[in-house]
Design a protein around this ligand. Structure first.
Ligand SMILES: NC(=O)c1ccc[n+]([C@@H]2O[C@H](COP(=O)([O-])OP(=O)(O)OC[C@H]3O[C@@H](n4cnc5c(N)ncnc54)[C@H](OP(=O)(O)O)[C@@H]3O)[C@@H](O)[C@H]2O)c1
Length: 340
């Protein structure tokens, strides 16, 4: 099979299309023919060697795909050959075929095509887990959503609108901010031109923010933490601040790590605030919770409350270009790779 392989850690050019042996499903696993791949920022971090628990190259990255089951292993009851599915591949998704544990498969609803299927689950489950399960966002809450025009950012903004929360959206260009507005953001902050901490203090008369969704970390974490309102919930789920336009610099990583606030649990008592951190990649064992959460967000999608945005499509042969585009910070919504 053809696979896009991280041949060594580095810039997008290290991603090479190669012939790899087709994997065979073992007990409790199925093999799928991949039809579409959802790109995630985690794939960029994996290629850079910055993702926790990533193997040494060569390896096939990719955590989110859609496709058709071509073979089932022993002890697989629910799934059959020919089923259309969404799958969390836990690496191995940048290929024509993948083998997946049966718990990491979800039915692709008839109303969705493969591209929509590949673009949905990670973004909406991340937004759901951050905003609702950990952030306990409610109607009227003031929310701060960073990277608001990205895959997760749009998903979270649409959910916040559905809840009736007030969204303060940050992004690096006015075009992206207009996208955030179209999906439900009220306050638009171009952090390249304004200081989001100051703007929020001013717009909220010093009250601050009830829930912060922070996927950037470092300096952004430090500033966001300061404007958390009493009973505020800070949800940290990424560290994009350490990446550069093509590779990354160790000095920048160190600078952003040092910039993060130093937290002593007892100081949180008097501020009445909480910090939650998560990574869905390490949450796959909670398959029942993920399945129920996905069912809920798919219901919202079926009812038109959530509208996934695919901002760019690339053929499999151009997957390295697609990753470079994501890393360039120009992408809007999800990027999807299509396979014949
Ligand atoms: N923990 C989890 O389970 C989980 C799951 C999914 C995603 N995530 C995290 O959530 C974030 C968004 O993921 P996504 O896949 O939806 O990607 P994305 O938002 O579509 O793209 C990344 C965006 O992050 C923003 N950004 C801010 N600082 C950046 C920097 N130094 N370098 C590059 N980009 C920077 C850029 O938007 P602006 O230029 O507008 O700021 C960029 O467009 C990522 O940090 C990702 O790792 C975490």
């Amino acid at each position: 099979m053809k696979a896009a392989v991280v041949t060594k850690f580095g810039s997008p050019s290290v991603l090479k299309i190669q012939d790899w042996p087709e994997p065979a499903p073992q007990q409790g696993e199925v093999k799928i023919r991949i039809k579409a791949i959802g790109l995630n920022f985690a794939d960029v971090m994996a290629r850079l060697g910055l993702y926790p628990g990533i193997p040494k190259p060569p390896f096939i990255p990719g955590i989110e795909v859609s496709g058709i089951i071509t073979k089932v292993g022993e002890n697989v009851r629910k799934w059959r050959r020919g089923d259309r599915v969404i799958a969390f591949t836990h690496l191995g998704g940048y290929a024509e075929c993948a083998v997946v544990k049966q718990e990491q498969l979800f039915s692709l609803p008839k109303r969705m095509n493969f591209e929509e299927g590949a673009a949905f689950s990670v973004a909406y489950l991340t937004a759901y887990h951050g905003l609702l399960t950990l952030g306990h966002a409610h109607k009227g809450d003031k929310l701060l959503i960073h990277a608001a025009a990205g895959g997760v950012g749009i998903a979270a903004t649409q959910m916040a609108k559905h809840l009736g929360a007030e969204v303060f959206a940050t992004a690096s260009t006015s075009e992206k901010l207009e996208i955030a507005r179209a999906h439900g953001a009220t306050h638009l902050i171009n952090y390249q031109q304004e200081d989001f901490e100051e703007v929020i203090r001013e717009k909220t008369d010093g009250y601050g923010i009830d829930v912060v969704l922070d996927s950037v970390g470092g300096t952004v974490f430090k500033k966001g933490w300061k404007i958390l309102a009493p009973m505020g919930r800070y949800v940290l789920f990424g560290f994009s601040a350490i990446t550069g336009k093509r590779t990354y610099s160790k000095i920048k990583v160190l600078r952003e790590m040092i910039a993060a606030p130093i937290l002593f649990p007892h100081t949180l008592l008097s501020r009445n605030v909480s910090l939650s951190c998560f990574n869905l990649y390490f949450l796959m064992k909670k398959s029942e919770y993920l399945r129920n959460s996905l069912r809920l967000v798919l219901d919202w999608q079926a009812n038109g409350i959530l509208k996934p945005v695919i901002g760019a499509r690339y053929p499999f042969s151009k997957i390295a270009e697609a990753q470079a585009y994501m890393q360039s910070r120009k992408s809007i919504g999800k990027i999807v790779i299509t396979l014949d």
